[in-house]
Design a protein. Structure first.
Length: 165
């Protein structure tokens, strides 16, 4: 639906040659902003620091689970029935705890990534608006299927974000 509305808007803008000749259009690649902008890189490092300990804990737990599984596979035939059941129960409980912690980790990380991305987008939108006003753009697009490189102003937005504008 969005693309139909956008197509209608653009076709309406290009109806007359005079309007088309005066229309100034720019494009911003949001993925590049998230990858290359200093604010986005700083946010990624911040998240990495925030979640490093939990990630290491999960990795340790995964190794522990793997060790338990290997022990069970290797020794289950020679173990007493009660020992084998106890080890299987321990493995099941640890596995459920691991899955719960892993799910919570992913949910918390996604939430924080969304918060940090929103802050980066807010800064980028301010920079885009300033560029649009100073250079008298009529339309600036994001996330399109294809765009001519001559319309791409992403580098200018990244530079403005680096300068703190």
């Amino acid at each position: 639906m969005k693309s139909i509305v956008l197509a209608s808007l653009l076709s309406a803008l290009f109806v007359t040659g005079a309007v088309a000749a005066e229309l100034k259009v720019g494009y911003v690649n949001t993925q590049r902003i998230f990858r290359d902008a200093p604010a986005a890189q700083k946010a990624a490092k911040k998240l990495e620091g925030e979640f490093a300990k939990r990630d290491q804990d999960l990795q340790r737990m995964a190794k522990q689970l793997q060790g338990l599984q290997e022990n069970l596979e290797k020794n289950s035939v020679t173990m007493a029935e009660s020992d084998r059941r106890a080890k299987e129960k321990e493995f099941g409980e640890l596995s459920r705890e691991f899955q719960r912690k892993q799910r919570e980790f992913r949910e918390d990380l996604n939430l924080r990534q969304n918060e940090e991305n929103a802050a980066v987008i807010e800064k980028a939108n301010k920079a885009i608006k300033q560029i649009a006003e100073s250079d008298k753009y009529d339309l600036i697009l994001q996330d399109v299927v294809w765009v001519s490189p001559k319309l791409d102003i992403t580098d200018r937005v990244i530079k403005a974000l680096a300068e703190g504008k």
